[in-house]
Write a new protein. Structure first.
Length: 453
């Protein structure tokens, strides 16, 4: 049900139309109703004042005629006085006026003439008693009906004027955040186009443009990350190329100056080794760039853990120096991951551990609550606290003799981090109970197959 409602409210042309159409319709109805209340309040009493003003002379005449006679003769005298009038004129007691509210009856008792708009009846007390004259129903002709400036016309003009102003203000305040968001997004896009990749759009205040600003910021973050990674990789590759190129230049010079075939063969072999090193460096850099830019498609497969990691450990065993033992602790279970990428990540962790281990390397695999954890321990010198984040950067190597003398380019652990992130996981290094370094790779077990990275 929640997913259905989320899909129903997802931004689309239909939801956009109904959202803003219904909002505008509801607002218009509320504005018209509010203006109607205002108009009623402004024009309340206009008809009553007109009726009392129009009937003042007639009321006064009837009061004088009746008061000139004894009160007991009023019922018989009134029909004679009412002859010739187009409306009824009656005499009643105040207590019989049940259709009036308490305020109207109190005014009439005080001698104030009142006009009831609902029944079009005019009430006027006669004398000092409780006798009340009732005129009507009255049908007033609109005064000066040829003029456009009547009370009805005024009311309609005021009604539509207030409605138009209210709706205009509503549209203005509705469009204002949209406009501000559009201006901010346009400014951010212009900055990005000018090369300012750190520019970000502020969080949109309007529901309509929130996905647009979020998408623009996500694109900017990815673009900035890729550009920074590209620059870092380019600088690092340029730095790494200097050494083999310098050796090639030196070997070429020595080859030209060699005096014997043996010396020339020696320098040629060295130059071939440097060429191979250059080729390996370029291939590794291209593979890293492809993985970092999401050009590799991840394909998750169900894998039996014990057999798969045992085969991997057997492939690493020949790389271990004499006296270094490789151990495996793995449960009998299945998990889902990209085998090729997991092979690269685990192999790089093991090769790194074998390079520094004194006597043992331990590979421990665990599966709990939908997460697959790969732990590699060694009893080497470990990783200094200050280097534990930097060692995952491309081409970064520890400043020690074993690292400098190895054939590593400093990309192995960078591959591990990229692969972990592409799986939606993470990798970090800490102290190992064996005395060296412990690398921990965590990836979620399940994921969508054939998902572009």
């Amino acid at each position: 049900m929640r997913r259905y409602l989320r899909d129903l409210l997802r931004p689309s042309l239909a939801t956009l139309f109904f959202r803003y159409y219904l909002s505008a319709l509801l607002a218009l109805v509320l504005i018209i109703s509010a203006v109607g209340v205002v108009i009623d309040q402004l024009y309340t009493g206009v008809d009553e004042d007109h009726a009392r003003s129009f009937m003042r002379g007639t009321v006064q005449m009837f009061k004088q005629e009746l008061q000139s006679q004894p009160e007991q003769d009023w019922p018989t005298a009134l029909p004679k006085l009412a002859t010739g009038f187009s409306y009824k004129i009656a005499l009643t007691d105040l207590k019989h006026l049940q259709s009036l509210d308490d305020g109207q009856r109190l005014d009439i008792q005080r001698g104030i003439t009142r006009f009831d708009e609902n029944s079009n009846l005019l009430y006027a007390r006669v004398g000092d008693g409780q006798r009340v004259l009732v005129f009507g129903p009255l049908d007033f002709a609109v005064p000066d009906s040829d003029s456009l400036l009547t009370d009805g016309t005024h009311a309609k003009a005021l009604w539509w004027t207030l409605t138009g102003l209210g709706f205009g203000l509503l549209v203005f305040f509705f469009l204002r955040p949209l406009w501000n968001d559009l201006v901010a997004i346009r400014g951010t896009a212009e900055k990005l186009a000018a090369g300012e990749l750190s520019a970000r759009a502020p969080r949109a205040k309007s529901w309509l443009l929130t996905p647009l600003s979020a998408g623009l910021n996500t694109m900017a973050e990815r673009l900035e990350g890729q550009m920074n990674a590209h620059q870092t990789l380019s600088h690092a590759v340029s730095h790494e190329l200097r050494t083999p190129i310098a050796r090639l230049r030196f070997g070429l010079t020595m080859l030209l100056e060699a005096e014997s075939e043996t010396e020339r063969e020696k320098y040629r072999a060295g130059m071939e080794h440097d060429m191979q090193e250059l080729d390996d460096l370029v291939n590794a850099s291209m593979s890293y760039a492809q993985l970092d830019q999401g050009q590799i498609v991840m394909q998750r497969e169900h894998t039996e853990l014990t057999e798969w990691f045992a085969d991997l450990l057997a492939l690493i065993q020949p790389l271990a120096p004499a006296g270094v033992v490789l151990e495996l602790a793995c449960p009998t279970a299945d998990a889902e991951f990209d085998r090729k990428l997991m092979y690269i990540a685990t192999r790089n962790l093991l090769v790194n551990a074998v390079r520094f281990a004194q006597s043992q390397v331990r590979l421990q695999v665990d599966k709990q609550e939908g997460w697959l954890t790969v732990v590699v321990d060694d009893d080497g010198p470990g990783v200094p606290q200050a280097e534990r984040e930097r060692i995952f950067e491309p081409f970064h190597r520890l400043d020690n003799d074993r690292e400098r003398n190895s054939n590593s380019y400093g990309l192995g652990l960078s591959f591990v981090r990229l692969i972990a992130e592409q799986h939606g996981g993470s990798v970090f290094v800490t102290d190992s109970p064996a005395g060296g370094a412990r690398f921990v790779l965590n990836i979620p077990e399940h994921g969508a197959a054939d998902e572009p990275l």
